[in-house]
Write a protein that binds this ligand. Structure first.
Ligand SMILES: [Zn+2]
Length: 223
């Protein structure tokens, strides 16, 4: 009996995927850090920082950039981060035709799938520009929409102290923070940000972990 129980526990443990070091966001204070517009030249540095801190994040990748740096997309996924679609050419979607929007989403799905073997379940519209038509078209491509609860405007601040202050000001339980791995100052200050957020009791998780298994569902907008 004891041996059987031990065996069952061992089997259960070995069959868990690497990512499922289960953080239950219903019980603990969670926050999702999200990075848009990569993979960029600074993304490997950011991945090292996240790995060292044992933190999982979410990357919304631009199709064109994935084609330039597929190995970085692969590395992000291998480290247990979540990956989303941020369109192929980073245009404002509501200004485009239905076919153009579908093309932006589909070509990026293909680029990410080719690079990582994974087909994303989430997309984030460039500049946060979206409407019901965009959401309906995303649904056709089996994508959920992920926006944010706080944007750091790191691309405009370009200052490590100000970016850190913005993240700490915007941090809240179950929040989704928007940053860019293409902003060198964001990547540079990330070790300090992670240290402070942990000190404040946050568990830094991917967007799917934050959704507690209740998503991402195609055609639904989060958070
Ligand atoms: Zn963007």
């Amino acid at each position: 009996m004891v041996i059987h129980a031990l065996l069952a526990v061992t089997l259960a443990m070995t069959s868990l995927p690497a990512q499922a070091t289960t953080v239950d966001c219903a019980r603990v204070k969670c926050l999702a850090l999200t990075f848009d517009d990569g993979p960029g030249v600074k993304t490997p540095t950011l991945l090292k920082t996240l790995k060292k801190a044992g933190v999982k994040a979410t990357f919304f990748l631009v199709g064109k950039q994935v084609e330039l740096r597929p190995e970085i997309a692969r590395q992000a996924l291998a480290q247990g981060h979540a990956i989303g679609n941020h369109t192929y050419s980073h245009n404002s979607l509501p200004a485009l035709s239905d076919n153009e929007i579908l093309d932006e989403l589909k070509t990026t799905q293909e680029a990410i799938e080719q690079a990582t073997k994974l087909r994303p379940k989430m997309f984030r519209p460039p500049y946060g520009h979206t409407d019901d038509r965009v959401l309906g078209l995303a649904n056709q491509v089996d994508l959920a929409q992920v926006l944010w609860t706080g944007t750091t405007l790191d691309w405009k601040l370009r200052d490590t102290k100000k970016i850190k202050a913005a993240v700490l000001r915007l941090a809240k339980r179950d929040g989704v923070i928007l940053m860019h791995d293409t902003v060198p100052e964001t990547v540079k200050v990330m070790p300090e940000i992670l240290k402070e957020l942990k000190k404040r009791g946050y568990h830094l998780v991917t967007v799917p972990t934050l959704l507690r298994g209740k998503g991402p569902e195609p055609g639904v907008s989060y958070p």
